[in-house]
Design a binder for this molecule. Sequence first.
Ligand SMILES: Nc1ncnc2c1ncn2[C@@H]1O[C@H](COP(=O)(O)OP(=O)(O)OP(=O)(O)O)[C@@H](O)[C@H]1O
Length: 256
Amino acid sequence: MSTATTARIAVRDVSRHFTVGRERFTALDRVTLDIADNEFVTLVGPSGCGKTTLLNILAGLDHPTSGDALVGGEPVRGPGPGRGVIFQQYALFPWLTVRGNVEFGLRTAGVGRRERRERAEHFIRLVGLEQFADALPKTLSGGMKQRCAIARAYAVNPSILLMDEPFGALDALTRVRLQEQLLDTWNAERRTVVFVTHDVDEAVFLANRVIVMAARPGRVFATVDVDLPHPRTEQIRLSPEFAALRNRVWQAVHHQ
Ligand SMILES: Nc1ncnc2c1ncn2[C@@H]1O[C@H](COP(=O)(O)OP(=O)(O)OP(=O)(O)O)[C@@H](O)[C@H]1O
């Protein structure tokens, strides 16, 4: 399978209104932003600022009321294989093993048996689940299920990964491990990643750029470039540079 080369995202003046009863509610108000090929961007902001709405629009699961969401210069009209989506709930098929889950998308894409097997093995190894390739989801921990979901999303070779609070339901330690593993995976096989989180530390640790959103109406409030080196180790997490960036993002989120 080839990887799409057009993973550039352009959001142009996107607004999204919802009508509830007689009330018209502005979930997104003229959001404009550009995300480059292979960039890792995190979206952070208070509850209700439109993070999920924006991600859904990029996924093609929702549409702007006005404005355009473009991927590789083309308007997003619906979901597509070039964009993999990972949600907070694991969304694995309970009757399929880890390998079966990772192979599933490849089968739908018409990939032959042998290549399917090879690609699944590769991504299962990349997320460190090789010992559990034949296990069913119910026998896995939350963190392992989420690693399986990441392997499954990666396997179909999307050029863009859209992740909505994927580690939100996990304990702090598992969360930190998965952040490191996600970055290892991203360093090994670059993708454009848009990652929604409530967690300021997570937003800074993962990103090349943090986009801070504000609510009522949902909009881009601030952008913070994260120039911390890779690999991002525990040492980086404990560094004064990390603390300074974290404080900037924290201020932007909490003193809007
Ligand atoms: N289908 C819908 N119908 C009506 N209102 C909606 C709908 N979807 C979202 N909204 C509203 O739009 C606003 C933005 O919601 P969204 O889920 O995008 O925010 P969020 O920043 O992801 O929030 P959270 O961090 O709590 O998940 C919220 O006020 C929400 O109530």
